[in-house]
Design a protein around this ligand. Structure first.
Ligand code: AMP
Length: 286
């Protein structure tokens, strides 16, 4: 596996691939787990070469967020990428991605202010900016993102469409622990009590999904059901629980194909997110 830190070298490596060798690209912030591995495997099944970036992007963290303490187990991450058959790991420094004097940013407008964007101002501007830079460097045939970050996936979809980027977006299902907790690099912050409380996110979503499967369509009723589940868990503080259109992120009154149930909650100081959606056949997916 090649390990490249310089953006121009990474760009040259990707550009040197023969046209018949499709490149799949998986952007990450490292602290890799089975959720990231699932994206890499999805690419390995479809693409001749897989590139993975590891970059803790400073512009998507707010001033009081966890940028400095975000886990960075680089050696371990590179070993995982090697074992997964990744062709190239891109590990740039912040100064290389944002050279002095760089002031270009990608604004996502209202879409970036909904759900997580409401409590994390500027977060999705940072995400869109770094994703645009990374896609521009790699110019992959396909880019793989996780359904875990459903708001991010909606914004990346909009970014790709808006800038006419010639890349296929592949959104992969959420990988979970056996008890339902969605895998996240931030789960390592949880102490045992917080880890126990964190099960409430998927439990609330599952309970809403069961009510949907039983025929309930009114999102007001479904959200009450979800909030009740949260009320039974004092170890978690709900930030939002919403039923929205998965593409526009605007609230919907009736749940159906394309509806996203999304949640953000704090367990201790750690903010966790999760979601479930109703697919285009009307099937509820956690
Ligand atoms: P991150 O390193 O947290 O920025 O995540 C990198 C990519 O992995 C994003 O597209 C995430 O949505 C995806 N991802 C993170 N956790 C999971 C998970 N539990 N299941 C599937 N994809 C995930």
């Amino acid at each position: 596996m090649e390990i490249i830190a310089d953006p121009y070298q990474f760009q040259a490596w990707c550009a040197s691939l023969d046209g018949a060798q499709a490149l799949g690209f998986v952007p990450t912030m490292g602290a890799l787990h089975a959720g990231h591995a699932a994206l890499i495997r999805a690419s390995r099944r479809r693409d001749e070469r897989t590139a993975v970036s590891i970059f803790v992007n400073p512009t998507q963290f707010g001033p009081s967020e966890d940028f400095t303490r975000y886990p960075r187990p680089l050696e371990q991450d590179l070993a995982l990428l090697g074992n997964e058959g990744v062709a190239v790991a891109f590990t740039p420094a912040a100064e290389a991605m944002y050279p002095a004097g760089d002031s270009v940013q990608v604004e996502v407008g209202e879409l970036g202010e909904r759900l997580c964007g409401a409590s994390r101002p500027g977060h999705f501007r940072g995400v869109a900016t770094v994703v645009a830079k990374l896609l521009q460097l790699a110019q992959p045939a396909r880019a793989y993102f996780g359904q875990k970050d459903a708001v991010q996936a909606a914004i990346v979809r909009r970014l790709i469409d808006s800038l006419f980027l010639p890349v296929e977006l592949v959104v992969c299902p959420i990988v979970r622990e056996r008890d339902g907790l969605a895998l996240s690099s931030r789960n390592t912050y949880l102490n045992p009590e917080q880890r126990e409380a964190a099960k409430v996110l998927s439990r609330a979503l599952r309970t809403m999904g069961e009510a949907y499967d039983a025929g309930e369509r009114e999102t007001a009723a479904l959200l009450l059901i979800g909030r009740d589940v949260f009320a039974s868990e004092p170890g978690a503080r709900l930030e939002y629980l919403a039923a929205v259109d998965a593409a526009t992120l605007l609230p919907v009154a009736a749940a159906g194909p394309g509806t996203l149930f999304a949640v953000a909650a704090f367990c201790g100081p750690t903010r966790l997110i999760d979601n479930a959606h109703i697919d285009h056949n009307g099937v509820y997916l956690l």
